[in-house]
Design a protein around this ligand. Structure first.
Ligand code: ADP
Ligand code: MG
Length: 340
C-alpha cells in the first residue's frame, strides 16, 4: 500500500549545478570564456510526503549531483531547495543542524561508507554523538532499534562485529540503520542496491518500502535501473544531460512512456515484465559531449524521431496526462506547464 500524499516535503525549484572545466594554458591564453559541465540544468520537482520518487537516467545525467544538493553535501550554482517553507541554503545554526538530522543520504557502496575499524555499534553511534545524544543508555537503545528496524535481528548479534565480517547485503542494512538512527523524514538513497547481488536486492528494496510505511519516510530513490524503480517508486523522474525529460506516476512513465529517451532506456534495460512495450530501439551511441551540449533538444542527436525543429528548439515539460509531464516537442500540444 502506498502512503504517498500530494503534499510536498521538499520543493526543488530551478536547480542548477555547473562545474567549471579546467582549461589548458593555450585555451586561457586565447581568452576563451570559462566552460562548464552543466551537471544539473534548471530542474524543478517536489518530493511528496510519504512517497518514494525515483530518479533515473544513464550515468552522467546528474542524478547523484541532484541528491547531494538536496542533502546539502554540495551547494547549487543556482535555484533553491525548500523544506518547510524555508530555503535550505539559508539555514544556519540550530535549523541547519536539524535539517542535517531530518535529511539523510545512503550511498551505493556501503563498504566505502562504513569505517572498517569501527564496530557496527560505533558506526551507528556516530550520528547520535554528533547530534548531542549524551546519555549512553539512550544511545544504545537507539542503536539497537535502528539495527532491528534494518532487519538485522537480534541487534546484539551484529553490534560488535566489523564491516568485513558481514555480507554485502548486511553491510548495506548497517548503512541504512545509520541513516535512520536519527529518525529522519527524508532519505536520499543513491543506487543503494546496484552493488548488491541480484538475489538479495529485493530484500533491501522491501526494507526501504517498509521504512517508508513504518517511519513515514519520504524518499528520493536514485537508480539507473528501471526494474528496481518500477518495483518501489510511486513516481519517477527521468533525467537526461542535466534536464528532466519525463516525470509522472511510475506506471505512466514506465508503462506508457512518451519521451523517446525513456522508451529507449526501457528497451535497453531488461525489465522482467512482459506487459511493458518495447517499441523503438535501445540507445547504442555514447552520451554526447557534456560541455558542448547539442543545440535544441539535447536528446535529438540520438533520437530516431528527431525533426529539424528538434535540433533548434529546446523543449519544455508539458502535461500529457494527470501528473505526467514530458519535455519533447513531438508530445507538445500546448497547455499546462507546471509539473509539481
Ligand atoms: P549520475 O549520478 O547521473 O551518473 P553525476 O551527478 O554524478 O551523474 O554527474 C553529472 C555530470 O557532472 C557528469 O558529467 C560528471 O562527470 C559531472 N561531475 C560530477 N561531479 C563533478 C565534480 N565534482 N566536478 C566536475 N564534474 C563533475
Ligand atoms: Mg550517480
Amino acid at each position: 500500500m502506498t502512503k504517498a500524499t500530494k503534499k510536498p516535503i521538499i520543493e526543488v525549484n530551478n536547480l542548477t549545478k555547473y562545474y567549471p572545466v579546467e582549461s589548458g594554458f593555450l585555451y586561457s591564453l586565447l581568452k576563451k570564456e570559462q566552460r562548464y559541465v552543466k551537471a544539473v540544468d534548471d530542474i524543478s520537482f517536489n518530493i511528496h510526503e510519504g512517497e518514494i520518487i525515483g530518479l533515473a537516467g544513464e550515468s552522467g545525467s546528474g542524478k547523484t549531483t541532484t541528491g547531494e544538493i538536496i542533502t546539502q553535501l554540495q551547494d547549487p550554482t543556482s535555484g533553491e531547495i525548500i523544506y518547510k517553507g524555508k530555503e535550505t541554503s539559508d539555514l544556519a545554526g540550530k535549523e541547519l543542524k536539524n535539517f542535517r538530522k531530518v535529511c539523510q543520504m545512503i550511498f551505493q557502496d556501503p563498504y566505502g561508507t562504513l569505517n572498517p575499524r569501527f564496530t557496527i555499534k560505533r558506526t551507528i553511534e556516530e550520528p547520535l554523538l554528533i547530534h548531542g545524544y549524551k546519555d549512553p543508555e539512550k544511545r544504545l537503545q537507539k542503536i539497537k532499534e535502528a539495527i532491528e528496524k534494518a532487519e538485522l535481528r537480534p541487534a546484539e548479534k551484529y553490534m560488535y562485529r566489523y564491516p568485513h565480517e558481514l555480507s554485502g547485503g548486511q553491510r548495506q542494512r548497517v548503512a541504512i540503520a545509520r541513516g535512520i538512527v536519527l529518525d529522519p523524514k527524508i532519505m536520499v538513497a543513491d543506487e543503494p542496491v546496484s552493488m548488491l547481488d541480484v538475489s538479495i536486492r529485493a530484500g533491501v528494496l522491501n526494507l526501504l518500502k517498509s521504512l517508508r510505511d513504518e517511519m513515514g519516510l519520504s524518499m528520493l530513490y536514485v537508480s539507473h535501473d528501471l526494474s528496481t524503480i518500477k518495483y518501489i517508486c510511486d513516481r519517477t523522474i527521468i533525467m537526461y544531460l542535466g534536464r528532466i525529460v519525463e516525470i509522472g506516476p511510475t506506471k505512466d512513465v514506465i508503462d506508457k512512456s512518451v519521451h523517446p529517451y525513456t522508451k529507449a532506456l526501457i528497451a535497453s534495460v531488461p525489465i522482467p515484465d512482459p506487459e511493458i512495450s518495447r517499441e523503438g530501439a535501445g540507445i547504442e551511441e555514447e552520451l554526447p559531449d557534456q560541455i558542448d551540449l547539442p543545440s535544441g533538444c539535447r536528446f535529438s542527436p540520438r533520437c530516431n524521431k528527431a525533426t529539424n525543429r528538434c535540433k533548434k528548439e529546446d523543449p519544455k515539460l508539458v502535461k500529457v496526462s494527470e501528473g505526467h509531464y514530458v519535455a519533447c516537442l513531438l508530445a507538445d500540444k500546448g497547455g499546462d506547464n507546471s509539473s509539481n
